[in-house]
Write a protein that binds this ligand. Structure first.
Ligand code: FEO
Ligand code: CA
Ligand code: CA
Ligand code: CA
Length: 604
């Protein structure tokens, strides 16, 4: 990085202190306001939000969902090459739900209700998941609002019909009663982070999808067991009292259900990155299976170059899971770019070597090294799986974690978001924590036993080529209490102070000037207090706390307008009665709009 970059990434605000207050804290000279809380009507008949949570499932299908997470702002004129900072499509994920707050008196438990749940409660819960596309505009007074009646306003939920694309499309292990040719499915679930594509679409991640399914059989196939599908589901949707197959499908026990055929393969249609075209309201979401099937936290694209492959990175957020990279086999061309680029290519997994070098290991049966490792592993036990080979490349991708085990990838401390420095091309990833790593399991990239506070790793691809199969890495910062040091070549490059102690980094985003924004989802006990967002200068490693969320929340999801003068930050699972203070036990997840009182660039 040169000195111009250093000045463009300087942090010009006064750090805020830790806070345990039930409100958002921003620096002097900044303002914050809640926006698009759960239940805001955005489409259809625009049903008004009812503070007692008595809206129906049908209402919820026309309102903002719960548990806001990753989001992106698409300038309304982006397709025409513009960069509006006053009007655009804000697209956001709804990761999961506060089941207690979603209904007037909490959910009806099946146990207390003859073994079934009221259908409309289940419909509402499914509708509160997924993605919202919201057309928003700033008026002459500077106030942002939903554009009423816009054709772009849209809800995608846990029940929306979607296509399966890429190598897994048509594979027999995705055959369901709903899609006998294994080309379609219904819904996207547990959408954590996301990534905007270079061609103006939005990829939403399916993270902890396994919890939505029940398999009460004694043994599970490897494509479920490696993810921990349980004998009962998180919300008991399969027990809806009308027995509709839209709900029964969540029971994937072989032989279960009320249909001629069961739904044993339903969960195999989840665990992907899902492409949504926000500018084409009638478009059907596409599950892009070439990017692998795992607990996708999100995705981050490298800057595109004409004639070169498209490259993107994705972390698998579970303890001891991996970081992946996809390289398209077809070159990028601005004139023709589209989702087809994500259907053919090579999926790699990262190995972080002890000496600071790294290797991308191909997960392709056409790769000689991988094919040899697969052949050697046949007949052995991999993890807890008796490995009897892969039927084909679709089977490799369906079982991405198992393939990465066999390839010899480095098990990480829960990879969450990634970000690519727009000035240097370096890739950063948060490793949120891993309290279960033992001393024997430490390695140079994950050097802490019982890593409770996490760290941020970064790497540069060989020759600055994102398609390279080698890289060099270092640790950007270790999170922790006051005095926690990050040491490089014997020099202390960061020593955390009151201005920047933090734990469990999760959300991560480079703004358009190259400041790095770090969001937390960790312990809210002393000394850290409520979860927060910090800004970092990637050149100097200066880090300052910029924002503290209300009680009980995680701070996740951040984006600005192209001029970096309006920032949107999401507050997920707030406690108590945030943000409006009058709704008792129905707190509302919401975005927060942050602006500078003098109209300047955020963070500068
Ligand atoms: Fe949904 Fe890994 O955070
Ligand atoms: Ca979360
Ligand atoms: Ca996260
Ligand atoms: Ca997290």
């Amino acid at each position: 990085a040169n000195s111009d970059n250093a000045s463009a990434t300087e942090l010009g605000f006064k750090a805020v202190a830790v806070s345990a207050a039930n409100q958002v804290v921003v620096p002097e000279g900044y303002s914050a306001q809640a926006f698009l809380p759960w239940g805001t009507p955005i489409t259809g008949s625009y049903p008004a939000f009812r503070a007692d949570a008595s809206n129906s499932g049908e209402d919820q299908e026309q309102q903002i969902g719960m548990h806001h997470d990753g989001m992106h702002f698409f300038p309304i004129d982006q397709k025409a090459g513009g960069s509006s900072s006053t009007e655009g499509l804000l697209v956001m994920n709804h990761e999961y739900i506060n089941q207690g707050a979603l209904h007037p008196d909490g959910p009806t438990s099946a146990d207390a209700n003859g073994g079934v749940r009221p259908e409309d409660e289940v419909r509402k819960e499914i509708a509160a998941h997924g993605v919202s596309v919201v057309h928003i505009r700033q008026d002459s007074q500077g106030t942002w609002d939903v554009v009423f009646g816009s054709p772009f306003n849209r809800r995608i939920t846990g029940g929306t019909e979607m296509d399966i694309r890429g190598p897994v499309r048509g594979y027999e292990k995705l055959i369901t009663r709903f899609s006998p040719d294994a080309t379609e499915t219904r819904g996207t679930l547990n959408n954590c982070s996301m990534g905007p594509t270079p061609w103006g679409t939005y990829l939403t991640a399916e993270e902890n999808w396994h919890g939505y399914f029940a398999n009460s059989a004694g043994t599970q196939p490897r494509e479920q067991a490696r993810h921990g599908v349980g004998s009962s589901s998180r919300y008991d949707w399969e027990l809806a009292d009308n027995g509709a197959d839209a709900y029964v499908r969540f029971d994937i026990t072989p032989g279960a259900g009320n249909a001629d055929e069961d739904y044993r393969n339903e969960a195999n249609t989840f665990g992907y990155m899902v492409e949504i075209d926000p500018f084409t309201p009638e478009s059907k979401p596409q599950k892009r299976t070439a990017l692998g099937r795992f607990g996708h936290e999100g995705v981050i694209f490298a800057p595109v170059k004409e004639g070169q492959p498209v490259v993107c990175y994705s972390g698998d957020d579970s303890r001891f899971e991996y970081i992946y990279k996809f390289v398209s086999s077809q070159p990028y061309s601005a004139a023709t770019a589209g989702g087809y680029l994500l259907d053919k290519g090579t999926l790699y997994v990262a190995r972080f070597n002890e000496d600071g070098s790294g290797d991308w290991l191909a997960l392709s049966l056409e790769d000689a090294d991988f094919a040899a490792k697969v052949a050697a592993a046949e007949g052995t036990t991999v993890g807890e799986v008796a490995f009897d080979g892969f039927a084909n490349q679709a089977d490799v991708l369906l079982n991405t974690r198992l393939a990465a085990d066999i390839a010899g990838a480095t098990p990480m401390d829960r990879p969450e978001w990634g970000a690519v420095d727009p000035n240097t091309g370096e890739v950063y990833f948060t490793l949120t924590n891993n309290s279960q790593r033992t001393e024997e399991q430490t390695n140079a990239a994950n050097p802490l036993a019982e890593n409770r506070t996490g760290h941020i790793i970064r790497w540069a691809e060989e020759n600055d080529d994102h398609a390279a199969v080698a890289f060099n890495w270092d640790i950007f910062v270790f999170a922790g209490e006051q005095g926690t040091e990050t040491v490089v070549d014997g020099n202390t490059v960061v020593s955390l102070s009151d201005d920047n102690i933090f734990n469990s980094p999760d959300g991560l985003w480079f703004d358009y000037n190259g400041r790095l924004w770090i969001q937390t989802d960790g312990s809210d006990d002393a000394p850290y207090q409520n979860n927060m967002m910090l800004a970092a200068n990637p050149v100097t490693r200066e880090i300052k706390r910029f924002f503290v969320g209300p009680q009980g929340c995680e701070v996740t999801g951040v984006v600005t307008t192209p001029d970096v003068k309006t920032m949107f930050v999401n507050i997920q699972h707030p406690a108590a009665d945030w943000p409006f203070g009058t709704e008792g036990d129905h707190p509302r997840d919401a975005a927060v709009i942050v602006t500078r009182d003098d109209g300047g660039v955020i963070g500068a």
